[in-house]
Design a protein around this ligand. Structure first.
Ligand code: CA
Length: 613
């Protein structure tokens, strides 16, 4: 008889387990008490889960609504967490007829004050890292069982093994160089058959790719970065996911993605979104076309997906302690949802900052995407920072093209003369290049003098400077040779590398000089409020000499760019600033200048002069 009872109990247990096993995913995997927004929406995924009745018996957690889609394998639960809720496990009860089981959902205590997520501003200098190509701190994770693509360092488009441990090992190198923040290209799981090293084809929004490390490693990296004086900016992608994403085999609803009878590519023409004359077909393709055959386009008009993405970013901020976000392809997703996302994040973290990738050719098109822009269509992105591609294009043209009435060095004058279109140009992200562009040293035809001018300009004009890894040692590469060429391995990041740039071992003389130049500039810039927040005044270039000042009431820095042969530059024209000062220090050569009336300029050179009374 006892045996029979035991058998029956076992049988009941098995049924209960069978029910329990139906839950394959709950996302977000946990949430926190004491958030500004008391609501959270859980995605529950499991076989026929929608056939179960859901209930929560807890005074601190109210089940507001159970949402179902056309797919019975999904439920979306609207929860409200009370202000007095305590951290701990909440039982979510799933019941079918007389069988039921509990899912234990964890509400955690917040580890950080929301204001500890500090944002990134013009007082920062950002080092951009492509993690697969920076440093292989853990060769053990180069190949991971279950991950489709294996490491192949000989393939420019393959995985090379760089990881979070590699970044952790070199935080001091980055902070000693003078940077105050790192932007790491996406590190979430990209379990795709090929070309996944760049991270932009996400297959799990809640998991760091095991070839980069674990979620815990990411959190650890953020902690250690903070201890080294570095903020962390996470790269996120809402426009698309990878075609091997787990939900692709069983979508929550047909409208989770933008779907077409046959593969339909985006037109990649971001200007369409703000174009007052755009056609319906162009509007449709920019927003709804797929970024690539391997990158299905997410439909942010689906309110469950919108909640999913918003919560996903808040989850990463809260979990890992990051300071900012760089959002990929900002103009491509549905733009009102993106604005709601920015508002939701900044409501939780008022000091946080977000830069949206706005890859546009023109100033006005870029300005459209910045918070509070006076757009005629009434659109407000709420996005504080935009990527200033016009500065990037103008810088290269200014240094490479012949000086004419409107060309050459005039490009720099004209690009800044259009700053009236921006709500706050000092929040623009400025860069000589990035992971998608020809490396600056190649753009400047390996001209070291031009390189020095480019770096001086980016680190002294308005905005938030971002420098791509390896720029400090003159790494080169052309985008037209394939993206692998602009994302080469950082020398010294792999065991056995002949050159170790982390220690300046076996670097050429010129590369060491470049390293010291960048290091000196960055460390000088670090504490110069006049560069971070001072006003900017520039003078129309004359005879290929461009002069601008960063200044406050009592401080001024004079920057002189000379594209011509060596000469004495008469400074009478700049007296409206200079008349308050009598001498200067050249912050690159340390030379003291006692006569400001005529300043010597070498051919094709730049000087940064800190003025003194
Ligand atoms: Ca590795």
């Amino acid at each position: 008889m006892k045996f029979k009872i035991l058998l029956v109990s076992l049988f009941i247990l098995m049924i209960m387990n069978a029910l329990a096993q139906e839950i394959k995913r709950v996302e977000p995997p946990n949430w926190w008490i004491g958030m500004e927004n008391p609501n959270v929406q859980l995605l529950i995924y499991g076989d026929n889960i929608a056939e179960l009745n859901v209930s929560i018996k807890n005074k601190d957690l109210k089940l507001l609504k159970v949402n179902k889609t056309e797919n019975k394998n999904y439920l979306f639960l609207d929860l409200e967490i009370s202000k007095t809720a305590k951290a701990g496990i909440i039982n979510i009860n799933f019941k079918k007829e007389n069988k039921s089981f509990n899912y234990e959902y964890e509400l955690k205590k917040r580890e950080n004050n929301p204001d500890n997520h500090k944002g990134f501003y013009s007082s920062d200098a950002i080092y951009l890292i492509m993690p697969d190509r920076f440093s292989n701190g853990n060769p053990e994770n180069d190949n991971v069982e279950g991950m489709l693509e294996k490491a192949d360092r000989n393939n420019p488009d393959g995985r090379h093994g760089g990881d979070l441990q590699g970044i952790r090992n070199n935080l001091k190198y980055i902070s000693d160089l003078g940077f105050t923040a790192i932007w790491i290209n996406p590190v979430l799981e990209n379990n795709m058959p090929r070309t996944t090293y760049h991270g932009y084809a996400i297959t799990d929004f809640y998991k760091i790719d095991p070839r980069h490390g674990s979620n815990q490693d990411y959190k650890q990296l953020v902690d250690e970065s903070h201890k080294n004086g570095l903020k962390v900016i996470m790269d996120m992608v809402f426009n698309h996911c990878g075609s091997s994403h787990w939900w692709m085999k069983d979508l929550p609803s047909k409208d989770w993605l933008h779907q077409f009878p046959e593969f339909t590519r985006t037109n990649y023409r971001a200007p369409v979104v703000s174009d007052p004359y755009s056609s319906e077909i162009d509007d449709k393709l920019i927003e709804k076309g797929w970024f690539d055959i391997t990158m299905p386009d997410l439909n942010q008009d689906n309110k469950f997906l919108a909640n999913y993405l918003i919560q996903n970013s808040i989850w990463w901020i809260e979990y890992s302690g990051i300071d900012g976000i760089r959002m990929d392809t900002y103009p491509y997703p549905e733009k009102n949802m993106m604005a709601n996302w920015v508002k939701a994040v900044l409501k939780e973290y008022p000091k946080f900052n977000i830069v949206g990738e706005t890859w546009l050719q023109k100033e006005s098109m870029t300005a459209y995407w910045q918070k509070d822009a006076k757009n005629k269509d009434g659109y407000n992105s709420h996005l504080p920072s935009v990527t200033d591609f016009p500065i990037h294009f103008s810088l290269i043209k200014a240094l490479n093209n012949e000086d004419t009435w409107t060309g050459g060095i005039m490009e720099l004058y004209y690009v800044l003369a259009q700053d009236f279109v921006y709500t706050n140009p000092n929040l623009n992200l400025i860069f000589p290049d990035n992971h998608d562009l020809r490396r600056i040293y190649s753009s400047l035809n390996h001209n070291y003098n031009k390189f020095k001018i480019a770096m001086a300009f980016i680190l002294t004009t308005r905005g938030i400077p971002q420098i791509y890894y390896g720029t400090e040692i003159l790494m080169d590469g052309n985008d037209f040779d394939g993206h692998g060429q602009i994302r080469q391995d950082f020398p010294g990041g792999w065991k056995g590398d002949k050159i170790n740039a982390f220690k300046q071992e076996n670097l050429s003389k010129e590369k060491i000089e470049a390293f010291n130049y960048v290091k000196k500039l960055l460390n000088w810039r670090k504490n110069k409020d006049v560069i971070h927040n001072g006003k900017l005044k520039h003078f129309i270039p004359e005879n290929s000499v461009y002069v601008y000042f960063r200044y406050t009431e009592n401080q001024a820095v004079m920057i002189i760019i000379n594209k011509n042969n060596s000469k004495l530059v008469n400074t009478k024209r700049f007296s409206e600033i200079l008349n308050k000062y009598s001498k200067a220090v050249d912050i690159i050569s340390d030379e003291k200048i006692t006569d400001l009336e005529n300043i010597w300029m070498e051919g094709l050179s730049v000087r940064i002069l800190e003025l003194e009374k």
